[in-house]
Design a protein around this ligand. Structure first.
Ligand SMILES: *[C@@H]1O[C@H](CO)[C@@H](O)[C@H](O)[C@H]1NC(C)=O
Ligand SMILES: *[C@@H]1O[C@H](CO)[C@@H](O)[C@H](O)[C@H]1NC(C)=O
Ligand SMILES: *[C@@H]1O[C@H](CO)[C@@H](O)[C@H](O)[C@H]1NC(C)=O
Ligand SMILES: *[C@@H]1O[C@H](CO)[C@@H](O)[C@H](O)[C@H]1NC(C)=O
Ligand SMILES: *[C@@H]1O[C@H](CO)[C@@H](O)[C@H](O)[C@H]1NC(C)=O
Ligand SMILES: *[C@@H]1O[C@H](CO)[C@@H](O)[C@H](O)[C@H]1NC(C)=O
Ligand SMILES: *[C@@H]1O[C@H](CO)[C@@H](O)[C@H](O)[C@H]1NC(C)=O
Length: 273
């Protein structure tokens, strides 16, 4: 079936003129300029900043600006620097703030940079780095471990050889840290690689927001149903969940639409492949 016909049909069948989200509007979800240090971006769904209207950006994806002028996102109580947001690819580059301006305390190593899987996914660009915390110095040359840092009575090691023993099997090593990095590291640039961060793909809007934006709409959500897609259009028409994946219908080709509502559909239609 012709894709445009298909699209016209399911919109015709699924239009919800009296949806409950009428308080969330196209114009209130306009992109908001955000500037913090070197980071300058127009912020739209799924992100929010101070001033984002309810329903336009998720509170869990709130960007702020630190006193050091770093764009910040808090996740699982861990503070990340936001280095880039690519709306088209739905990829954000973030770095654990602990790895920036590190001091001699080693405390920056005692943090996992695991992230919130309900909101984010790995991308193909990521690599894992695993290191261990131990109460005695391991002998690197005999054990295959490289010391990253020590506090005097606690030592952090990274395994540099494949197939070395698991230090967690020993009493004196009691912690393991998994950290995401954006590219393979060498010992010389490990701290830089950590500070450069890694890519994550955000999940909210994954399957529909790009289509909504390309059709001239803006993405939003209803706070009572935050997981349901909501595409806002200038004339107030809202398109709800699942519309992009309805089963195919068989019907005759309709005449050219005439009403203003149908014209909007047509515009939407053109925005989708
Ligand atoms: C901004 O960019 C400049 C040059 O790229 C860099 O030296 C500086 O550290 C950056 N500042 C921040 C806050 O990222
Ligand atoms: C934000 O949007 C405005 C208006 O469309 C545009 O002029 C500006 O260049 C954008 N800023 C960034 C950082 O993309
Ligand atoms: C997050 O940090 C706050 C303040 O430091 C603390 O009170 C809270 O328990 C932490 N929450 C989690 C889940 O670790
Ligand atoms: C890193 O670890 C996560 C969680 O165990 C896994 O899903 C991901 O595939 C790993 N990435 C690489 C490049 O090994
Ligand atoms: C580390 O192990 C090597 C080989 O087993 C040994 O020659 C060296 O003395 C050890 N170094 C320390 C500091 O224990
Ligand atoms: C770090 O994360 C790994 C994987 O989730 C977990 O096994 C480990 O206990 C965590 N370490 C600490 C110190 O929280
Ligand atoms: C931690 O990293 C190790 C080694 O890359 C991997 O086998 C393990 O699945 C990771 N665990 C988590 C919870 O990410």
């Amino acid at each position: 079936m012709h894709p445009q016909l298909f699209f016209f049909l399911f919109i015709t069948f699924s239009f919800h003129p009296c949806s409950s989200q009428k308080n969330i509007q196209f114009k209130s979800c306009a992109p908001l300029p955000f500037s913090c240090g070197n980071f300058t971006k127009n912020i739209t769904f799924p992100f929010s900043i101070d001033g984002t209207s309810p329903g336009c950006g998720l509170p869990d994806l709130h960007l702020s600006c630190t006193s050091d002028n770093l764009a910040q996102l808090m996740m699982n109580n861990v503070s990340y620097q936001v280095k880039n947001i690519d709306y088209e690819k739905q990829i954000m580059t973030i770095a654990n703030m602990a790895y920036i301006n590190i001091d001699d305390s080693c405390s920056y190593l005692s943090i996992n940079t695991s992230f919130d899987y309900s909101l984010f996914d790995y991308t193909g660009n990521d690599h894992n780095l695993t290191y261990y915390g131990c109460s005695i110095p391991l002998n690197w040359s005999s054990s295959g471990f490289y010391e990253l840092c020590n506090t005097g009575d606690y030592y952090y090691f990274i395994a540099v050889a494949v197939g070395v023993f698991d230090p967690l099997g020993y009493d004196y090593c009691d912690s393991r840290y998994n950290v995401s990095i954006g590219k393979p590291y060498s010992m010389d640039d490990l701290m830089k690689v950590l500070a450069d961060g890694f890519d994550v793909m955000w999940k909210p809007g994954k399957d529909w927001c790009d289509k909504c934006v390309r059709s001239g709409g803006r993405c939003g959500f209803d706070e009572s149903k935050p997981n349901d897609p909501l595409c806002l259009w200038p004339n107030g028409v809202e398109i709800l969940a699942g519309l992009f994946e309805l089963p195919k219908l068989v019907a005759r080709l309709p005449h050219r639409p005439k009403s203003s509502t149908q014209l909007t559909y047509e515009k939407f239609n053109m925005g989708v492949d």
